[in-house]
Write a protein that binds this ligand. Structure first.
Ligand SMILES: [Zn+2]
Length: 309
C-alpha cells in the first residue's frame, strides 16, 4: 500500500472499457468516505487537490490525511494536483510528495501552453511524477480559472496529437462539451463523441481526461432544497453520456460537484431534523457516509471500475 502514480492505472484502463474516478478532497471526512468506497469496490483511485483545497486545508494536512487513509484501508492512491496554474505550484506539489500534477495552460495560446507544459513535464519526470495537461477550453468556473461559456472552444484533434508529441505529457484533459460547476447547460446536454473518437484514434496510447463530469443528480439538489436550501435548477452531464465517453479513451473522470451535493444534502437533513444537535460528529459522520455512497455509485454504475484494481 502506497502513494502511486497513475501510469499503471491508465495503462490498464486504456485497454478496457472503464475509467478511474478522480475525486476532489478538502477535509478528513471527504477523504475517508472516498477511500473507503474505493476499497470496498476494489477500484483504482485518484484523490485530487485543487489550489482552493490547498488554501483551505493546507497541503501538509491533506497529504498526511491521504497517507493515513492508505494506512487505514490498504488502498493505493494517486495524489494529484487539480488545475495547477503555473510551474511553481506544480513544483511545490511534486516536492511535497504528490505523485501526479496537472498543469492547466489551456488559457494560453497553443505555443505557450506547450512551453509551460514541457517545463512541468521535464521537472516532474525527473522526480518520478506524471503530468496531466489541458487543451481546449471548458465552460464554467473552477477556482480562479473562469472561462466565458460563449468563448468556450472544444479541443482540436490535430492540435491534441501535436501537443502530446511535443510535450511528452502523460495524459490530456480535453474539451468536448462538459463544463465545471453545477450550472452547466442552457439547452440539452451535449458531448461531441465524434471529436472524442478522432482524438482517441490519433493518440490511442494517451489517456484522456474528462473534467466537469458531475451529473448534478436531481435527487440531491431536491434533497438540499427540501431541507432549507435554495439551489436553483441545475443540470450536469447525464451518467449514460459519461458511460459512453469512457469507451473512447477517457481514462480519468473528475467528479466534485456531485460529492458536494451529496454531503451537503445529508448534513442539511440531519440539522433540520435535529435542530438541537451541536456535536459536529453527528452531522459530519452522516456527511461522510453520503460521500461514500455517492463514490460507490459512481465507481460501479458510471465508471465501470469495480474490481479493476
Ligand atoms: Zn477541471
Amino acid at each position: 500500500m502506497a502513494l502511486i502514480t497513475t501510469k499503471e492505472m491508465f495503462d490498464k484502463a486504456l485497454k478496457d472499457d472503464y475509467a478511474v474516478g478522480a475525486f476532489n478532497v478538502n477535509n478528513m471526512e471527504i477523504i475517508q468516505g472516498i477511500v473507503e468506497a474505493a476499497g470496498e469496490e476494489n477500484a483504482p483511485l485518484i484523490l485530487q487537490v485543487s489550489a482552493g483545497a490547498r488554501k483551505y486545508a493546507k497541503s501538509a494536512y491533506l497529504t498526511k490525511l491521504v497517507e493515513a487513509a492508505i494506512i487505514d484501508t490498504g488502498v493505493d492512491v494517486a495524489l494529484h494536483l487539480d488545475h495547477g496554474e503555473d510551474f511553481e505550484i506544480c513544483k511545490q506539489c511534486i516536492d511535497d510528495g504528490f505523485t501526479s500534477v496537472m498543469i492547466d495552460g489551456s488559457k494560453y495560446p497553443f505555443e505557450e501552453n506547450i512551453a509551460l507544459t514541457k517545463k512541468v513535464v521535464d521537472y516532474a519526470h525527473a522526480h518520478g511524477v506524471v503530468v496531466e495537461a489541458e487543451l481546449g477550453k471548458l465552460a464554467g468556473v473552477e477556482d480562479n480559472i473562469k472561462v466565458d461559456a460563449r468563448s468556450a472552444t472544444f479541443t482540436d484533434p490535430d492540435e491534441a496529437a501535436e501537443f502530446v508529441e511535443r510535450t511528452g505529457v502523460d495524459s490530456l484533459a480535453i474539451a468536448i462539451g462538459t463544463s465545471h460547476g453545477a450550472y452547466k447547460f442552457k439547452g440539452e446536454p451535449y458531448l461531441d463523441y465524434e471529436r472524442l473518437k478522432q482524438i482517441h484514434n490519433l493518440i490511442p496510447d494517451t489517456p484522456l481526461v474528462l473534467h466537469g463530469a458531475s451529473t448534478v443528480l436531481k435527487e440531491f439538489v431536491d434533497r438540499c432544497n427540501q431541507y432549507g436550501g435554495s439551489i436553483p435548477g441545475a443540470q450536469g452531464v447525464p451518467e449514460e453520456m459519461i458511460r459512453e465517453a469512457v469507451k473512447w479513451g477517457i481514462c480519468k473522470v473528475n467528479i466534485d460537484t456531485d460529492l458536494r451535493l451529496a454531503m451537503t444534502a445529508e448534513i442539511r437533513r440531519v440539522l433540520m431534523e435535529n435542530p438541537a444537535e451541536f456535536d459536529p460528529r453527528k452531522y459530519l459522520g452522516p456527511g461522510r457516509d453520503a460521500i461514500k455512497k455517492m463514490v460507490q455509485h459512481k465507481i460501479k454504475n458510471v465508471l465501470n471500475a469495480s474490481n479493476k484494481r
